[in-house]
Design a protein around this ligand. Sequence first.
Ligand SMILES: NC(=O)c1ccc[n+]([C@@H]2O[C@H](COP(=O)([O-])OP(=O)(O)OC[C@H]3O[C@@H](n4cnc5c(N)ncnc54)[C@H](OP(=O)(O)O)[C@@H]3O)[C@@H](O)[C@H]2O)c1
Length: 261
Amino acid sequence: MQPLSGTVFLLISGASQGIGKKIAETFAPLLKPGSQILLLARNLEGLIDTKNNLPKYLTINTASIDLSTASADDLTGTMTNFLKNDEISKFDQAMIVHNAGSLGNIAQKTIEMTNFTVWRQYYDLNVFSPAILNNVFMKFFGSQVKCKIFIVNITSLCALQPMKSLAYYCSGKAAREMFFKVFAAENPDVNVLNYSPGPVKTNMLNVVCQDVGDTEVKKKFNELKDKDTALSPEKTVTRLLQVLVEQNYVSGDHVDFYDIL
Ligand SMILES: NC(=O)c1ccc[n+]([C@@H]2O[C@H](COP(=O)([O-])OP(=O)(O)OC[C@H]3O[C@@H](n4cnc5c(N)ncnc54)[C@H](OP(=O)(O)O)[C@@H]3O)[C@@H](O)[C@H]2O)c1
């Protein structure tokens, strides 16, 4: 079954800005009437702005939620608010895009990362929350026989390559990606993609250019900016869509924007 075909339930985390916003704006016009979208992030204004750019024939809901503190019950409640029990069976497909994420402290070197609370808070948002949201999503759709499930985890080159001063981010992306690889192995009927979007012109990239502690890494990121070689959100999301449609990956794979499949 082609991704985004039939009547689709689409959930995107971190849809208030950046890559998540562009995913919503690119995927929504491909959906047929009867499909439903749920956009999550903290900034309600940003979510509403995203919603206003989407086709009016779709059912689009927004929920302002802090994913770093939301429990499984909170996430279940949020989904229940917008997804009536008797409507779940109408969907041919359910897709979740785990896009929300943060950088954490990018000034510190590994040797300075001594505070358990800071570690936990970083992992709460970037590792534990997508894992738990995924499990909640599966509780809704996993037992629906006719419903094909697609899971997209927005990962990073940093999941594979160490970058100085980015140890929270690199280790978090690696752990999050491995969770989805294990999930893919355990759930062969679910289609799982770990998509690495390349360097993308968003607020996150600006913050790295400005604040990253290591001078070598800072220089590398600022070169991307100076030479204008970072990608637009549109370019990387178009590639994500192409990867999904062509299906030249094995479920659980890490696929980078620059990979030739
Ligand atoms: N930009 C790049 O070069 C790049 C490269 C590789 C991978 N990525 C990955 O791509 C994804 C999107 O990044 P981006 O560049 O679009 O960054 P961004 O512009 O900073 O967007 C991050 C999104 O995550 C949401 N978010 C952050 N903390 C949250 C929280 N506590 N609760 C709920 N939502 C939260 C933000 O919404 P609110 O602030 O409204 O909550 C926002 O919508 C991230 O996973 C990032 O690691 C980005």
